[in-house]
Design a protein around this ligand. Structure first.
Ligand code: NAD
Ligand code: 89V
Length: 355
């Protein structure tokens, strides 16, 4: 028989939350989920989302929502300063939690949220969605299949001049910018593909004079496996072809290499065994993300990853599995962000990430 629908509530009905709501609506039939209530302190945003998604139960106060609706889970899509209070509130009500990235403004807040959910026995997932992008999943599958052997070197590159400040004006206002907002995704993907990091060094720049934080970051990572990665991000990279929001990837391994190039083109090269020559087998595939009915270019890659991570959450809730990007897991990604800021502040000294 069909499982009972899981009842979710969304807190924070701003710019990005509309993608969550579209994805939950798409998952309604396939994954038996229903968003039964919305919360936002801003009455206009609350009303807009309620009417667009036909969700009549609306609240200005998250505590009131939790008391009266008693959902199976909350999906927190507010910005980082509000996360700790909202996650702790959900934990106090014994309600499972998804929390958007960046999970916390400080490592202490992040650890407190992980502890609160562990103590309450409620699942906690950080909505760290980039590793759920279809093209990056394809890269991961190639590595897991073993066809190119053991990775030894990687470059993950996100370079764009897309006007991200228009939809997200707060990105121009914070003391921290690209590492905290975007680099966090790419560092998480580096962990996902290449394993945990033991040392890193970073250099940051502010190119755009109209913003407060850094908009260029270059990070050199040493992985526990001995592999090396370079993560480079820029929102100040005007190019003939605007690639937002594509992450380009190059990986060299013991038995070959792969490249995820512009336009979601994945090239996998297998060295011919025993010859040591570069004339092995090369396969080129289109690993473009699907364009869902509600999605729009160029965001569709990110929008598809929202659907994928939300589907993963529902599978985990039903089976009792820990989500790939659980709060506990995300402490390691946050540690890389903190280490990168520390390294950049101290003239690029190497820093060991501290969880
Ligand atoms: P936003 O400012 O447009 O929306 C946030 C909303 O939360 C606002 O409407 C605000 O009124 C509401 N809010 C804040 N505190 C609240 C509280 N305590 N109770 C109820 N409502 C509250 O922000 P956004 O651009 O939608 O970003 C939200 C989060 O999503 C950020 O953390 C951002 O980094 C993240 N984000 C993630 C991705 C991704 O791909 N994962 C993409 C864009 C944004
Ligand atoms: O994915 C994000 O976190 C967004 C953006 C792609 C603009 O950096 O904030």
């Amino acid at each position: 028989s069909a499982p009972r629908p899981l009842r979710g509530a969304l807190i924070g009905c701003g710019f990005f939350a509309h993608n969550h709501l579209h994805a939950w609506a798409q998952l309604r039939e396939t994954h038996a989920v229903e968003i039964v209530a919305l919360c936002d302190r801003d009455a206009d945003r609350l009303a807009t989302a309620a009417s667009a998604f036909d969700i009549p139960a609306t609240f200005a106060d998250a505590a009131e929502l939790l008391r009266s609706v008693r959902p199976d889970f909350v999906d927190i899509a507010t910005t980082a300063p509000s996360h700790r209070a909202l996650v702790e509130l959900a934990a106090a009500h014994g309600v499972a939690v998804i929390c958007q990235k960046p999970f916390a403004p400080t490592p202490a807040d992040a650890r407190a949220m992980v502890a609160a959910c562990a103590q309450a026995g409620v699942p906690l997932m950080v909505h760290e969605n980039f590793r759920w992008q279809t093209p990056l999943r394809a890269v991961r599958e190639v590595l897991a299949s073993g066809v190119i052997g053991t990775p030894v070197w990687a470059r993950l590159s996100f370079r764009s001049a897309f006007d991200v400040y228009r939809a997200q004006p707060y990105l121009a206002e914070g003391e921290r910018f690209i590492l905290e907002d975007l680099g966090i995704h790419i560092l998480d993907v580096a962990r996902d593909l290449m394993g945990e990091v033991t040392r890193l060094s970073a250099s940051t720049q502010r190119v755009n004079p109209r913003i407060r934080g850094e908009d260029v970051a270059t990070v050199l990572l040493r992985h526990a496996s001995g592999a090396t990665s370079v993560v480079d991000c820029s929102y100040a990279a005007p190019r003939e072809a605007e690639l937002f929001p594509q992450t380009l990837v190059e990986i060299e391994a013991s038995g070959g290499s792969l490249r995820l190039d512009a336009g979601y083109r994945l090239t996998v090269h297998q060295r011919r065994l025993g010859t040591g020559l570069a004339d092995g087998r090369t396969e080129v595939r289109d690993v473009s993300p699907p364009l869902h009915a509600w999605a729009e270019r160029p965001w569709h890659n990110i929008q598809d990853s929202v659907l994928n991570i939300q589907a993963h959450w529902l599978d985990c809730l039903r089976t009792g599995r820990e989500p790939a990007t659980s709060g506990r897991d995300n402490l390691h990604t946050l540690a890389l962000v903190e280490a990168a800021y520390a390294s950049a502040a101290d003239d690029q000294c190497a820093v060991t990430p501290q969880v």
